[in-house]
Structure formats: C-alpha cells, structure tokens
Design a protein around this ligand. Structure first.
Ligand code: SF4
Length: 237
C-alpha cells in the first residue's frame, strides 16, 4: 500500500526546521547508507581525475553502470587526456563507448569537449562550475561532479535521485534539483558534499526507486517521512 503522508509530515517546513533536518537527519541517513556502497568501480576509475569524471559523466547519461563502467575501462588505460582522444576518429570513439545510449552523439560531444579543452584551457579541465558549463553537453550536475569528485573541491552534485530522495525523506521541500542543491549548500556539512550523489544514486537505483520505492525492505526508514511515496513495490518472494 502506498504511504499516505500525515498532515504533520506534509506541512510547510520552516527555514529553521529545514536547516536542522538537512544538518542532522540527512547526515544520519547518509551515514546509515554509506556502508552498503563502500566500493564502487567508478570511484577507482575516476576519483581525483577531472578529465575521467568529465568523460565518464558524458558516457553515463541515460546509460546504466553496467555499460558505463566497461566503456571507461576500455577507454582510460589508453586514452587519458584530451590530446589522446583527439587522435581518435568519431567512429573509433563510438566503437569504444558502444553500447552506451546515444553513443554517436556522445562520441561527438566528447571530441568537441576535448578540442575546447585544448584550445581554451591548455588541455586542462576547468575547476569552476561556470567554466565547465560552457562546454557543450555539460550541465550543472556534471559540472558539480567534475569539481567535487574530479578536482576534490567543494561541490554538491544534485541529480534527480538526490532531489527525489531528499524530498521523500522530508529534510527539505524543493521543486527542482537546482533548488535542492542550493538548500544543501547552505546547511549540509561539507564532509557529505562529495559523497551524497554516489550514495543517493545507488540507493535510488536499488531501493528508493523513482517509481515504486521499496520501503518494505528499506533499512533506513527511521530517517524518512516517506513524503509523497507512491506505488510501493511489494516484496519479491
Ligand atoms: S525507500 Fe521509502 S523509506 Fe526508504 S528512503 Fe525511500 S521513501 Fe524513505
């Protein structure tokens, strides 16, 4: 049965209450989920390397990890800089990232980004959200991930999973991922900035799913108000 939020749970949060929930309950949720996802292959491949994060993000759009990770493993041992990529033809990049969704478009996007990085940034990946968003195919989500995960600078990558789960938890009430990002920037302790995206993407894929959250098997319900959760999937037998 879907959870019907109580009036208490759905009432408008005051700014003070929202700040309190983001700074206390949300870290408790993240601490509880983190042990489930200690090792993630993309961490080993990309963390601390802004170029790999950038290319990995472009490949991963609308593509499952099961496809993105092997594509990154094929690419990066051999091609690890914009100059390396520019030695390849579009067709060769297509072949290397296939079967990623929209692989033809992504291959062109990757090569165009590499050319801009060489022409404008001396082959380096910029470390500000504003500069990164000037690259074709790079939105705020990817830019934050490159800054946070690649450059290890303060940034919060809020995609649709982070936005959805934060609102379900009842720690904030926002209408868009950008609004969620700015609310988190104001109150989430910095130690959680880099990891919130990975943890919520994986938990959102496994349990707190977009349609049919598996609240029945969720182990962190004590931190969640289950706001507007619909169509919970029954336990599989
Ligand atoms: S699965 Fe349900 S209980 Fe768990 S975090 Fe998501 S909405 Fe909350």
């Amino acid at each position: 049965m879907p959870t019907k939020p109580s009036a208490e749970k759905t009432k408008k949060l005051s700014k003070t209450e929202q700040a309190k929930r983001i700074s206390t309950r949300l870290p408790q949720f993240l601490d509880a989920v983190e042990p489930l996802y200690i090792n993630h292959p993309l961490d080993d491949i990309c963390e601390g390397n802004a170029f790999r994060v950038l290319v990995g993000c472009i490949i991963s759009l609308r593509t499952k990890d099961e496809v993105t990770i092997p594509a990154c493993e094929r690419l990066f041992p051999k091609y690890d800089t914009p100059a390396d990529f520019l030695k390849l033809s579009v067709e060769q990049v297509e072949q290397l990232i296939y079967p990623a969704g929209f692989y033809k478009t992504k291959a062109r996007t990757i090569l165009e980004a590499c050319q801009v990085l060489i022409d404008t940034y001396g082959g380096q990946v910029p470390d500000t959200i504003e500069e990164l968003m000037k690259l074709k195919g790079v939105g705020r989500k990817t830019a934050n991930l490159v800054v946070g995960l690649g450059h290890r600078l303060p940034a919060i990558c809020v995609d649709i999973h982070v936005h959805r789960i934060c609102n379900r938890l009842g720690v904030l009430q926002t209408a868009t991922p950008d609004e969620t990002e700015f609310a988190l920037r104001d109150h989430l302790p910095p130690v959680y900035w880099a990891k919130i995206n990975k943890l919520m993407v994986l938990y959102g894929r496994d349990i707190c799913r977009p349609i049919g959250a598996w609240c029945d098997v969720c182990t962190v319900t004590r931190f969640c108000d289950q706001i507007a959760v619909k169509n919970r999937k029954p336990l599989k037998k």
